[in-house]
Design a protein around this ligand. Structure first.
Ligand SMILES: *[C@@H]1O[C@H](CO)[C@@H](O)[C@H](O)[C@H]1NC(C)=O
Ligand SMILES: *[C@@H]1O[C@H](CO)[C@@H](O)[C@H](O)[C@H]1NC(C)=O
Ligand SMILES: *[C@@H]1O[C@H](CO)[C@@H](O)[C@H](O)[C@H]1NC(C)=O
Length: 402
């Protein structure tokens, strides 16, 4: 796991049904589908869900996949939120079904049938229209027809999201007047103020349609500054996870050091000790069990928790169902908060789910909840602090929370 991945630690049939409704709108190659029921959910969905794709790079054939949920408080008066999940390239289904969206997985043992869904009583869609987007391209169900399309970075991804909003609102003008907010956490939180900056520049330049941007919100955002990593030390000390002695040793030897690549040997040693201690706790919430990170792919096993993952794997065989189930995540214990993340993999790779969501054939073969550095991503925004400053100085609202 790379340093930025550590920072984030985001917690964590083939029946051709009706084809997605194709909307042909000039200048906006988009397709969308109203979804009224989902595998694992009993009956009709009690909220309005639309899924679809927006093409954001014609040259490379890049299409970003979205889930749009209308506010239950009356779609036309409610705020409109673009929501992005962190990384590395974690699918926005994490934000939707594991955090803030209207449905969630029932935490029960996976037995080979599609995981069941239930209503999330605390969904943000009670009060807001939320557009959840799989981004950067390669995350979730977003894809590019040409391999070059996956060579994106923070800047190009932000510009693609601006493009996506322009096209989405062109197709859905009834939402243009709603107050617009941009939101995201961890790695996405690094992009959010920059996206807000680009939108505000578009508004000033009169780019049509005019977006009604009001502000943004970021949870555990990366800033692109050294402090994203170095602040772990005083934070862990404050929580009583490390001793006064280790704390002082690190502070003494790591002055002015890059905490990801320290040059001073004593600093590197003490940070090594620190990272070993840190790996013993659930970083996102130290009172929870330290469960394995429920994301597939072998690269993740460089983390210390991989030992636990292998132990679990050797004790319980993973149930493999379906042709897309190629890299199932480690099976976590049922009591772990990441168990539902484990279930998400089987739900999203089920053919019935793909049909219900309108996933295009031949695009994403295997859905993974997060990637781990297997696709390129240029870190090219640098510090996002200047964008936070500029956008808020220009009168937009901001909420930064942990
Ligand atoms: C799996 O569990 C679900 C939910 O508890 C149950 O409805 C289903 O019959 C079970 N399937 C099998 C194959 O055991
Ligand atoms: C297509 O991908 C290439 C390689 O990443 C990139 O340089 C180019 O800008 C992309 N095209 C567009 C229209 O974004
Ligand atoms: C600050 O925002 C304004 C208005 O959007 C823009 O014109 C200007 O270039 C921005 N400055 C920086 C340093 O980003």
């Amino acid at each position: 796991m790379n340093g930025r991945g550590l920072l984030l630690l985001c917690l964590f049939l083939s029946a051709a049904l009706t084809p997605p409704r194709q909307l042909a709108v000039a200048g906006a190659a988009s397709s969308s589908k109203v979804v009224t029921s989902l595998p694992g959910f009993q009956g009709q969905l009690p909220f309005h869900l639309e899924t679809g794709y927006v093409e954001v790079d014609e040259e490379n054939g890049t299409e970003l996949f979205y889930y749009f949920v209308e506010s239950e408080a009356g779609a036309h008066n409610a705020p409109f939120l673009l929501w992005l999940t962190g990384g590395d390239r974690c699918s926005v289904l994490s934000g939707l079904a594991l955090e803030i969206g209207p449905f969630q997985f029932v935490a029960e043992p996976y037995n080979g049938t599609v995981p069941r869904l239930q209503i999330n009583p605390y969904s943000w869609t009670k009060v807001a229209n939320v557009l959840f987007v799989d981004t950067p391209v390669g995350a979730g169900f977003s894809f590019s027809r040409r391999p070059e399309g996956y060579h994106v970075g923070e800047v190009s991804t932000s510009l693609q999201l601006h493009e996506l909003l322009i096209k989405w609102f062109t197709d859905h003008p009834e939402f243009l007047a709603n107050p617009l907010y941009i939101g995201g956490d961890s790695l996405a939180g690094q992009l959010v103020p920059f996206i807000a900056q680009k939108i505000s520049e578009g508004i000033e330049a009169g780019r049509s349609p005019i977006l009604n941007l009001k502000g943004y919100l970021v949870g555990n955002p990366g800033t692109g500054e050294n402090i994203d990593i170095s602040s772990r030390v005083p934070y862990a000390h404050g929580l009583g996870i490390i001793s006064d002695q280790l704390y002082e040793t690190i502070l003494g030897h790591c002055q002015g050091e890059d905490y990801m690549n320290p040059r001073n040997t004593l600093c590197a040693q003490s940070l090594g000790t620190f990272n070993n201690l840190r790996s013993e706790v659930m970083v996102a919430q130290i009172l929870l069990d330290n469960c394995v990170y429920a994301s597939p792919r072998p690269g993740i096993e460089t983390d210390k928790s991989a030992g636990a993952a292998r132990k679990i794997l050797s004790e319980e065989a993973v149930i493999v169902t379906g042709k897309r189930v190629k890299h199932p995540p480690p099976r976590v214990p049922l009591g772990c908060i990441s168990y539902t993340a484990y279930l998400s993999y089987f739900w999203a790779n089920d053919e019935l789910t793909r049909d219900a969501l309108g996933i295009k054939d031949g695009t994403v073969d295997e859905w993974v909840r997060c990637h781990d550095g297997d696709l390129p991503y240029a870190v090219d925004i640098g510090s996002s602090i200047k964008y936070h400053r500029n956008v808020t100085v220009n009168g937009y609202r901001a909420l930064v929370y942990r």
